[in-house]
Ligand binder design. Structure first.
Ligand code: C6P
Length: 423
């Protein structure tokens, strides 16, 4: 089968100057090489989920073919192999985000579960009536609703830091909202709807100078930026495997060991205990205290393979290449008459959210789909943010390092076609 790249006519001239060859990269992703409605697939919905390189697919499949067994329990060979691979994946994650110890890495289902875990354990223990949790206007529902639920339960207050019309956090205003009753700051690293990169290092400094811990929602950031949790100084960092070229159903909560030690468990069950009697249960040590029941073993190992792949490509090269793609997209698509860009922060990555005068984003998405172009249209699970911009939805293209300039040009051509249909 010819690749989408071949069909669009990517030439060697278009090879990236940034130390990697996009055509070679694309060969690692089997799913990219197909046609949709007779057109080469142009996949620009990477913020929703990313595709998997062959190494990830093969790692998961090999696990089930050779090693499949439950972990931490069996005495037999297969269980030993599974345990070793699962714990090996934890070490890969630890190194990837530069956590101090493997026990600071908790495997969860994804970003959503990671944030809920913190709200239900740390939040429930620390937040009382009249206390405050501080978030921003650009949060994903996953970093709003768990805090809202906590605040309702505890009679606490959810404070929201404002943004400007570019979609940048108003840092001074945000700092003013950090008060004596603030028990936690929870902020997105890279906005899924705007592309804004928040100054999280600075936010951590501001919060820590007042003794307030910080959780960072890194769902989008980890695939596009180098993340070093110790350099950031954050207390919690959450992300999902599927947005970083790994499987769905696996994600990570990083937490500083001293905080995790003090937190009550999230769920009760097997593996999170050290001993059980009907009178009392002694909980297991970290990280197992937070991983009740049989975990998603295969996909944790798959996530380890994804991290290995991404690290092999190099996040610096990825960031540089994607920045160029985003600049090209902003320039070409921003220049089309009737286009309004939503999210024009000075520090951005991956995301181009836009509107076309008089055309509903869902119609844009549907027509582009017929051109083989996959984007997302909707509120992107950021309804309060859409309200802030006075729009019900946007059309959103999000780039990955396996996308090409030609694909951006195909998107621009697709948008012109949408306009023609509605003219
Ligand atoms: N954003 C998007 O299309 P989960 O579903 O748990 O893997 O990730 C939730 C989540 C949390 N925070 C941010 C910033 C996110 O972008 C997401 C997922 C997807 O933008 C699906 S709504």
């Amino acid at each position: 089968m010819r690749s989408a790249g071949d069909l669009i006519g990517i030439s060697t001239r278009k090879r990236a100057e940034h130390g990697f060859d996009v055509e070679r990269i694309r060969r690692d992703f089997p799913i990219l090489h197909q046609s949709v409605f007779g057109k080469p697939l142009v996949y620009l919905d990477n913020a929703a989920t990313t595709h998997k390189p062959r190494i990830v697919i093969e790692t998961v499949s090999r696990f089930y073919e050779r090693d499949n067994s439950n972990i931490h329990r069996g005495l037999h060979q297969l269980s030993e192999r599974s345990t070793k691979a699962y714990e090996g994946a934890r070490v890969k994650v630890q190194k990837f985000i530069n956590a101090a110890e493997p026990r600071e890495i908790i495997f969860v289902r994804g970003t959503t579960e990671a944030i809920n875990l913190v709200a239900r354990t740390y939040g429930r223990k620390q937040v009382d009536a009249g206390d405050e949790v501080l978030i921003t206007e650009m949060e994903h529902h996953s970093n709003i609703v768990p805090w809202q639920m906590l605040c309702e339960e505890k009679n606490a207050i959810l404070r929201v830091g404002p943004i400007n019309d570019r979609g940048e956090l108003l840092l001074e205003e945000f700092e003013k909202l950090m008060g004596p009753r603030t028990k936690l700051v929870a902020v997105v690293h890279l906005s899924n709807a705007l592309g804004t990169i928040n100054p999280v290092r600075r936010i951590v400094e501001m919060a820590h100078s007042r003794g307030i811990p910080v959780l960072i929602d890194g769902a989008q950031a980890v695939a596009h930026l180098t993340v070093d949790v110790r350099a950031l100084g954050c207390d919690f960092y959450a992300f999902s495997g599927h947005k970083i070229y790994g499987p769905t159903g696996i994600g990570v909560l990083y937490g500083k060991a001293e905080l995790l030690e003090e937190m009550p468990p999230y769920q009760g069950g097997g593996d999170m205990i050290s001993s059980v009697t009907f009178e009392k249960t002694i909980y297991n040590k970290l990280p197992h205290k937070f991983e009740a029941g049989t975990p998603n073993i295969a996909d944790a190992i798959g996530l380890g393979a994804a991290i290995g792949y991404l690290t092999g490509v190099g996040l610096d090269a990825v960031s540089a290449y994607e920045s160029e793609l985003l600049a090209h997209a902003t320039e070409t698509i921003g220049a089309i008459e009737g286009i309004r860009l939503i999210g024009t922060a000075r520090k951005k990555a991956s995301v181009l959210s836009f509107l076309i005068d008089g055309i509903h984003p869902h119609d844009i998405g549907t027509i582009l789909d017929k051109e083989g172009i996959a984007i997302r249209a909707g509120h992107h699970c950021t309804q309060p943010l859409m309200k802030r911009f006075g729009v019900p939805a946007t059309a959103r293209a999000t780039v990955s390092f396996y996308n090409t300039r030609e694909e951006i040009d195909a998107l621009a051509a697709g948008i012109r076609k949408v306009k023609k249909v509605f003219a």
